[in-house]
Every structure is written in C-alpha cells, then in structure tokens.
Design a protein around this ligand. Structure first.
Ligand SMILES: Cc1cc2nc3c(=O)[nH]c(=O)nc-3n(C[C@H](O)[C@H](O)[C@H](O)COP(=O)(O)OP(=O)(O)OC[C@H]3O[C@@H](n4cnc5c(N)ncnc54)[C@H](O)[C@@H]3O)c2cc1C
Length: 448
C-alpha cells in the first residue's frame, strides 16, 4: 500500500500497520525530501508537538510509552495543571499578565524530530521508505489500479494510496481534479492571512541583556505549557516557549485584507530579523528584547485546507494536513494527523479487512474522522481570533474602547480561551475503536 509523505501522519500510519497487520499489509512510503525522518510542516525548526489525551492514548496503543519515558519525557496526566501565561504587551511601558491558563489536562510536549524518530524505529520490515521521491499526481487505470506518477517520471502501481503529504498535498490536488466541476475550490490550500515569523534564540544570548527575562525559566526538555507565554495584541500575537538550551519564538501577524487571497511568494522563506521585529517596535521592552536577538527568522504563510466534502475517493484517501490543515493556535494539527493515522491504520490492518471492501473501509474512515477533524480546525480558528482580539465578543477596537481593553475584559477573554481547551482532556479511544471495529466487521462480512 503506497503512501506519500513521511511526516507525523505518514509515519504513525506505517507504525500502526506494522504493529497490527502481522505482515498482511505491505507499505511503501514515498517521501519527497532526501532525509527521513524529515521535518514536515515545520522544516528545520526544533519545535514541540503537544500530545493531548486522545493522541496520548493512541501513542500508548502503538506501544510508544516506554520509549518516551526512557527518553526522559514526563507522561501526560489527568486533572488541572498550570498552562500558558497571557500577557498584554502592546505598549512601550511594561505590560502585564492578564491570565494564567489552567489546563484541564497536562499534555506531553515532544520534540517533533524525537517523535518522528521513535515512530520510525517501530516500522516493520514490510514498510519500505523511499526518500527523494516526490509524487506529482496519481491516475486511475481502467482496471481500477492507481498509478503514482513521480517527479522523476517513474510510475508505480498501488492498491491503495494514502495521501499523508501535508498541506500542499499532491494527492488531494489529483483527487479533486478528478472529481471535476464544483470541486476545484478544494484543490489548493487557502492563505489565511497570517504570516508566522518563527525563530530560535539561545538562552545565553538573552541572559547577557536581560537576565531576569520571563522566557528564560524552563527545564531541559520541551515542556510546552507552564513556561509558555502568549503576548496578545490586535491582529498579532507572539508565543515564546523554552526548547532545551533555546527559546522558540513565533510571531503571528494577521492581515484580514489578505485572507483567502492567493499568497504571492514562497509559503516558507528565510527573512532578516528586522523584517520580523519591525512589527513590534512599539511593544513593551520584554518582548522587544526577546525577539530582536533571534539571528534569523523563517516566515511561514499559514495555509489551511477548506473543509473538504470527503477524505476518500475510490481507493485513495487523505490523512493529516493533506485532509484538514488548520491554523496552529491550539497546537493540535499534529495530534489530528496521529489520530487519523491510528483509525485508518487499525482499520486497514484488521484481519477482517479484505481487498474487495477497501473502498467501503476508506469511506468508514472518512465517516469517523471528517467531523472531529473539521471541528478541531474550527476550534483552532476561534482560539486564534481570541488571541488577536478578532473574536466577535472580544473585538476591543470599537469607539467604546479608545484606550484598548480593560483588565476585566482581558480576564474574561482569558477565561473563554481556557474553556476552548477543555475538549482536549477528553478521550474514549477504546470505546471509539470498539464501535469502529464492529462497523468494519459488518462491512466486511456482508455479502457483495
Ligand atoms: C507555523 C506552524 C506551527 C505549528 N505548530 C504546531 C504545534 O505547535 N502543534 C501541533 O500539533 N501542530 C502544529 N502545526 C501543525 C503540524 O505541523 C501539522 O499539523 C503536522 O505536521 C501535520 O502532519 P502531516 O504528517 O499531515 O504533514 P507534514 O508534517 O507536512 O508531513 C508531510 C510529509 O510529506 C512530504 N511530502 C510533501 N509533499 C510530498 C509529495 N508530493 N510527495 C512525497 N512526499 C511529500 C513532506 O516532505 C513531509 O515529510 C504547526 C504548523 C505550522 C505551519
């Protein structure tokens, strides 16, 4: 079963099939980049991935807990724990913290590359990785086989194609081109009007100029939440969090006039520090000192995938960002890719899953995963609107707010952001899988 893309979704799928198929399903993984594991949607930046309750149960089901603990990460825990601090910073004098987030669950924060490496180590010999192999498109033969056409002109035939090839997915492009009139709008991702300037700052550099800086507190590993600060302003927010000896910084700038427009230029590009910091010159010293010492930034034009009408078409199926790339404001894109891969992997690896019923099995995956993933994308979007005072209940730019929001208003905003994270403490993985398995058996045992 070929699969294009070797990011978090693709590797989780291959690890799941490796564990549960007992050699019944062979997987070929085609990765465009020369090195695997590669860096997927956050190229080069040693960023963290938040693992909330549901995706943690998936990792446990895949047998990864032992290795994660062995590498020194704290496993997630149920119950309230301290989360990010929200700070008002859009003033030349010192700003103030307006909210300390109490999370409903303490998630695991993993380095993205660590997760990719652990997943890679779980692949069985039935999974073959083919680096430097970029899928251009697929074609469906008159016999119903899928022909994968690569950029080096090689063509390979497959029974099933899983597009795990990220936001700019070639698989999704082919799928919706095939579907024809009315579906063109789903071929390409959409620019959401936000540029994220992302960079890393060595802590030693900040210590020289600002030894008491809040961003310096933090342990050796990625601990995403208690040390994370979110600095808020209209149409802008900055996130800082410790990553080992460095501080990861993301400066998000949203321009409503460009939302939905074609983005001119590359979706990721290195930019001089001045380009990123120019937007924050009037902010409090805390943030200026933090962002000006970053040596280089990469500018990410945030693209999202419009809510798709389907994730499966014939024997081709989409998972992860290829199906539902979303804004990063709740840090759940990777978790959704993991959860898609788990459902699809367990269905395909199941002993009842017969080749003749593959198209129905892929439709079952779609039925199970399309609603929750599109809901997650919507929640992430709404949270982003709150961070940047663009949510209809927290606009703060009307004539009644000549001096900006009051402390009470910001506190109310903080509480609402808090509520928007509650769903991430919930999971019924076992029950959901039992139901999915029953549906699968029903499909596979039903005579043609
Ligand atoms: C700025 C930013 C910040 C983010 N922060 C977070 C966060 O904090 N937490 C979180 O959970 N998520 C975050 N995300 C989202 C997260 O990175 C993605 O949701 C996640 O990586 C999706 O995994 P994926 O496997 O579907 O796709 P990807 O990680 O994009 O992997 C796709 C893989 O396919 C390969 N590929 C692409 N095209 C082809 C082709 N044509 N042929 C063969 N191979 C191909 C790529 O090289 C890559 O290896 C962020 C995203 C962005 C843009």
């Amino acid at each position: 079963m070929p699969r294009s893309g070797c990011g978090i979704g693709g590797l989780t799928l291959a690890a799941c099939i490796s564990k549960f198929s007992e050699g019944r399903v062979a997987v070929d993984i085609y990765e465009a980049e020369p090195e695997v594991p590669t860096f997927g949607a956050v190229g080069g930046i040693s960023s963290g991935v938040a693992i909330w309750k549901h995706s943690w149960q998936v990792l446990q089901d895949l047998g990864l807990e032992e290795e994660i603990v062995r590498q020194g990460f704290d496993v997630p825990t149920d119950g309230a724990s301290r989360g990010p601090i929200f700070r008002k910073s859009d003033q030349s004098t010192e700003g103030y913290d307006f909210h300390t987030h109490i999370l409903p669950y303490r998630p695991l924060g993993l380095h993205r590359l660590t997760l990719l490496e652990i997943l890679r180590s779980k692949l069985s010999p039935d999974c073959k990785v083919h680096p430097s192999k970029r899928l251009e498109r697929y074609e469906v033969s008159s016999e119903g086989f899928i022909n994968l056409v690569f950029s080096d002109f090689e063509i390979t035939t497959a029974d099933i194609l899983v597009g795990a090839d990220g936001v700019h997915s070639a698989t999704r492009q082919s799928m919706f081109r095939y579907m024809g009139d009315g579906y063109e709008q789903y071929i390409l991702p959409v620019f959401n009007g936000t540029i994220a300037y992302r960079g890393m700052l060595p802590k030693t550099k900040l210590v020289e100029t600002y030894p008491d800086h809040r961003a310096l507190d933090g342990p050796k590993l990625v601990r995403i939440f208690p040390e994370l600060t979110i600095y808020c302003l209209k149409c802008t927010h900055v996130v800082s969090h410790p990553v080992g000896p460095s501080i990861g910084i993301g400066c998000f700038r949203y321009n409503p006039d460009t939302e939905g427009q074609a983005h001119t230029g590359p979706s990721v590009a290195d930019v001089p520090t001045q380009e990123a910091t120019s937007h924050f010159e009037t902010w409090e010293p805390d943030i200026r000192s933090l962002i000006q010492h970053v040596e280089s930034y990469s500018a990410w034009a945030i693209h999202v995938v419009k809510p798709l009408p389907c994730y499966a078409q014939g024997s081709v199926v989409l998972i992860g960002d290829a199906a539902h790339a979303m804004t990063p404001h709740q840090g759940v894109g990777a978790a959704q890719a993991i959860e898609d891969a788990h459902v699809l992997g367990r269905l395909l690896a199941h002993p009842s899953a017969v080749k003749e019923k593959i198209q129905l099995i892929l439709k079952l995956y779609e039925e199970l995963r399309l609603p929750p993933t599109q809901e997650a994308a919507e929640k992430s979007h709404i949270t982003g609107m709150m961070y940047e005072f663009n949510h209809p209940s927290f606009l703060f730019n009307d004539p009644s707010h000549p001096d900006g929001p009051s402390r009470e208003e910001l506190k109310a905003l903080g509480n609402t952001v808090g509520i928007s994270f509650v769903w991430l403490a919930d999971s019924q993985l076992e029950e959901e899988w039992a139901e999915a398995e029953a549906r699968l058996k029903e499909i596979c045992e039903k005579p043609e």
